[in-house]
Design a protein around this ligand. Structure first.
Ligand code: GRF
Length: 214
């Protein structure tokens, strides 16, 4: 992919994954730049984008006049992404369920990070501390993180990269989340760079990682 990859980030949370993507673009670990950050709520991620001088848009999902349904919101998001010539959409703690409107337009060009080893502990309701609580309740010895392509099924798209992280005796959802988060930051940037290099090939449920071009 010639030139810098134009990345659009959708986020609804604190934005540490966004920040690490911005940093890794700046230091050259990702051959790209964050062109726009969009959120459906006022959140830390928008604040971080402002501080970094990156265009940010708050599309208030509670504004039922502008966005009477999910499709209307996703259409507005797609329009903003298109305006900024986004080539890859990264969901970084974006909680809203996605519609055809958004997913179809960016099929194979939209990825997500999940703080567990999918397909376990994913899907509807599995976000934030709920994920880590479920991992602990099940008695898992290992958790981790997953980067995957986005499909209409929540957390169900083809897996790009995964990394295991140990669960330790006495862990709480907070300590486990804190241990996994730095790994998320590394793994997400690694996956974005593979995309930037054109090295991800989706074959059904599988994602092949192609060798680096000579
Ligand atoms: C991360 O744990 C990510 O895996 C999940 O939401 C969280 C977002 O954290 N999808 P942050 O807002 O990037 O700090």
């Amino acid at each position: 992919m010639p030139g810098k990859l134009h990345i659009g980030v959708l986020a609804s949370g604190g934005g540490t994954n966004l920040e690490s993507i911005i940093d890794n673009c700046k230091c050259g670990k990702i051959a790209g730049e964050v062109a726009v950050v969009i959120s459906d709520v006022q959140c830390g991620a928008l604040e971080r984008a402002r501080k970094a001088g990156i265009p940010e848009h708050w599309l208030n999902r509670h504004d039922k006049v502008r966005f009477p349904n999910r499709e209307a919101l996703d259409t507005a998001i797609r329009e903003r992404l298109d305006q900024h010539d986004v080539q890859l959409v990264c969901l970084a703690g974006y909680l809203r369920i996605k519609t055809h409107e958004l997913v179809d337009s960016y099929l194979g060009r939209m990825i997500n990070i999940h703080p567990a080893l999918l397909p376990s502990f994913g899907g509807e309701g599995m976000w934030g501390h709920h994920v880590h609580q479920a991992v602990l309740d099940y008695g898992c010895k290992v958790s981790g993180c997953t980067v995957h392509f986005v499909s209409l099924e929540t957390d169900g798209g083809p897996i790009i990269l995964q990394r295991p992280v140990p669960v330790e005796e006495g862990d709480t959802p907070e300590t486990l989340a804190a241990r996994i988060l730095p790994h998320e930051h590394e793994l997400y940037s690694e996956a974005i760079q593979l995309f930037a290099e054109g090295r991800l090939k989706i074959e059904g449920r599988r994602v092949r990682i192609l060798p680096r071009a000579c």
